[in-house]
Design a protein around this ligand. Sequence first.
Ligand SMILES: C[S@@+](CC[C@H](N)C(=O)[O-])C[C@H]1O[C@@H](n2cnc3c(N)ncnc32)[C@H](O)[C@@H]1O
Length: 296
Amino acid sequence: MKIDLRKGDCREVLKTIPDNTVDLTFTSPPYCIGKAYDTHSTIEGFREINEPVIREVFNKTKPGGSVCWQVGHFVRKGEIVPLDFVVFDIVKSLVPDAKLRNRIIWEFGHGANCRNRLSGRHETILWFTKGDNYYFDLDSIRVPQKYPGKKYYKGRKKGQYSCNPLGKNPGDVWQMPNVKAGHVEKTGHPCQFPVGLPQRLIRALCPPEGVVLDPFMGAGSAGAAAVLERRSFIGVELESEYFDIAQWRLKQALDGDLKHRDPDIPIFDPRKAGAVAKPPQYSDGGKPGESEGDKI
Ligand SMILES: C[S@@+](CC[C@H](N)C(=O)[O-])C[C@H]1O[C@@H](n2cnc3c(N)ncnc32)[C@H](O)[C@@H]1O
C-alpha cells in the first residue's frame, strides 16, 4: 500500500501521473457556493474547474476502472441547479467511453432549514466506468436482508435459498449522517464527506492492492477510507491548511488510530425514538415557516 499526497493545483499535478494507472477516483469538487476555498461562484465557474480535471482523471483511469463524482446542488436566483446534471453533461461530452452505472443518493438527516422549499437532505454520487468491462465486487458490500436465510418452500427449488446468503445488494439510496459539529470525524475542514461514503465504493470498485485517487482531497476522507481498506492512495489538495489535516488523518489511519463512524450503523430516527411532530401554535400571530429552526 503506497500513500502519495501532493500539495498543489490538481489541474497541474494530474499531468504528472501516468495514464491508465488508477483504479478508482472518488472525489467531491468545490461546488462554487461561497465556501472559504471556492474560487468561483457561478455554474460556468463550476464547469471551468471541473472540465479539465474530469478529462485528466479519465486519462489516468485504467480501462474498466471507475470514476465517482460526489456533488450537491447550486442555488441560482432561488432556483435549484443539481450539480450532478452538470457533471453528467461534462463527462458525456468529454469522454466517449464513460458509462454511468449508478446515481447514488446519499441521504443525511440534518442541514439548514428552508422556508420557501423543502430542506435539502441529500446529495448524489455519479458512478461512471471507463468502458463496459469493469471491476465490480458486489459481494464485498452486501448488507443484511430483512429475512435472512429465506428459502423456497415448494417447487423445483424447494429448500434452496431464495435470497443470497451473503446478504442483499445495498441499493442506490444510502443513509449516512453528514459531518457536522459533534460528528466523530469532524476536522477544521468546512465540507468533509463521511469516510463511510468512499469506503463502501472502494471495497466494490477498487481491487485489493489497487489505487484510489482524490484530486480535491480536502481533509483526506477518501484517503483515510483507502487506508482502512488497504488500497494505495494519491491525493491532491491546494490549500496548505487542509493538506496538513489530510496528512495527519492519513497517519492516524495508518497507525490504526483514525476516528471514524461505521457506515453500517443506522442513522438516528427520532420517530423510532418516540418523537412526534407537534402542530404549530400561532397564538402570537406568527406565520407557518417562522419557527426557530427555519433559518433560510
Ligand atoms: C468539497 S472539498 C473536498 C472535501 C473532502 N472530500 C473531504 O472529505 O475532506 C473540495 C476541496 O478541493 C480543494 N481544491 C479546490 N481547488 C483545487 C485545485 N485546483 N486543486 C486541488 N485542490 C483544490 C479545496 O481546497 C477543498 O479542500
